[in-house]
Design a protein around this ligand. Structure first.
Ligand SMILES: NC(=O)c1ccc[n+]([C@@H]2O[C@H](COP(=O)([O-])OP(=O)(O)OC[C@H]3O[C@@H](n4cnc5c(N)ncnc54)[C@H](OP(=O)(O)O)[C@@H]3O)[C@@H](O)[C@H]2O)c1
Length: 325
């Protein structure tokens, strides 16, 4: 059994590790799902479930809807499963050419787009409700009142139980929250040992060498407001485990430190990379993205890993390439 906790301000009990479904639909082309893609997706979903994972992350755009579609087929083939898992999806990104060929890629938090996107996700996922809906990336043209209206309607109709955001700053969350009756309970952010700015900025306050100005205290903001932080790309797309021969020295150094600790602790390298995120007191939920069964099983070991303060800092120092000031 994997360890679980309740997402603050919700009735959702989730596993410490979630599974990210971005790649289960095969490729991002317009081509329909193939039988091979369906078989591969069923195997990885089954392995995730057998490993105890109860949390699955989607987005309307993943592999152009095919990831949700394949997951919906799986749910239809497994009656009773829906009530025992937590399903999250996202909306707000539109591809170029949607719907007119001349339309650029863009973000769209309009009432119409949010509601239409959720209807599409529910249809593809073959379910009546999403446990969580996130706004995928900040839309500079968003009108908070309009998002609030969409959220209120989706909530009162029972189509979405809880709401959150992804890739948002604390100030952006505050602005949206001011207008929304529904509490924002999740912020999904890129976070891993090669993308540690949100952590490093906290030890470089007022340091002239700080190279991390952008996220502006978002981790502390989420802790302060009881917002669950989810980590996307938790193993940096595989770079923390198998860096390429041409990898930047800091990537190689971090992967070497992960491998050293893994050998020392008799654990998988995935467990060390994910365990580094789990060790952070913000209560980070990593979203595992591999489509390989053996890598998923190796990742699950993270649930049992305990990293000491010294091990955690050794990894951060390797990634930063300089000691803490
Ligand atoms: N909110 C956002 O903006 C956002 C953005 C991106 C992702 N996400 C979410 O976060 C989830 C995870 O993101 P991610 O897929 O970038 O995470 P990730 O787990 O860091 O990366 C997965 C990628 O790395 C490869 N990989 C994993 N382990 C490897 C290893 N040991 N050696 C070599 N390659 C390895 C995988 O290939 P294999 O499949 O071949 O193992 C896959 O291509 C997604 O599924 C999605 O749900 C959210």
């Amino acid at each position: 059994m994997m360890q679980t906790y309740q997402i603050p301000h919700t009735e959702l009990t989730v596993t410490r590790l979630g599974y990210g479904c971005m790649k289960i639909g095969g490729n991002w082309s317009e081509s329909p799902l193939s039988a091979e893609e369906k078989t591969a997706a069923y195997k990885i979903i089954t392995t995730a479930l057998d490993s105890g994972i109860n949390f699955f992350d989607h987005a309307d755009i993943y592999t152009r809807g095919k990831s949700e579609q394949i997951f919906g087929l799986f749910l239809a083939d497994h009656p009773g499963l829906r009530e025992n898992i937590v399903l999250q999806s996202k909306c707000g990104i539109r591809f170029p050419g949607d719907p007119n060929t001349s339309d650029p890629g863009r973000y769209d938090f309009s009432y119409e787009h949010i509601v239409r996107s959720v209807e599409g996700s529910l249809h593809r996922l073959q379910t009546d409700y999403l446990d969580l809906l996130l706004l995928h990336r900040p839309d500079p043209l968003f009108e908070p009142e309009e998002v609030a209206r969409a959220f209120a309607e989706l909530h009162s109709s029972g189509k979405v139980h809880y709401f959150g955001v992804s890739n948002h700053s604390g100030a952006q969350i505050s602005l949206l929250q001011k207008f929304c009756d529904q509490r924002l309970v999740v912020n999904q952010l890129e976070l891993n040992l090669l993308h540690h700015g949100m952590i490093s900025e906290g030890i470089l306050v007022n340091q002239p060498e700080s190279e991390f100005p952008a996220s502006a205290g978002v981790l502390d903001y989420c802790r302060l407001h009881g917002i669950l932080v989810q980590a996307w790309s938790p193993v940096a797309g595989g770079n923390l485990i198998n860096p390429s021969a041409q990898a930047d020295p800091k990537v190689q150094r971090t992967a070497d430190e992960i491998a050293r600790l893994a050998a020392q602790k008799g654990a998988s390298r995935e467990a060390i990379a994910l365990g580094w995120l789990l060790r952070h007191p913000a209560g980070v939920q990593p979203l595992i993205g591999t489509t390989k069964l053996e890598r998923l099983v190796a990742s699950i070991q993270a649930d049992r890993i305990q990293l000491s303060r010294e091990e955690w800092y050794a990894l951060l120092v390797a990634a930063r390439g300089v000691p803490v000031p």
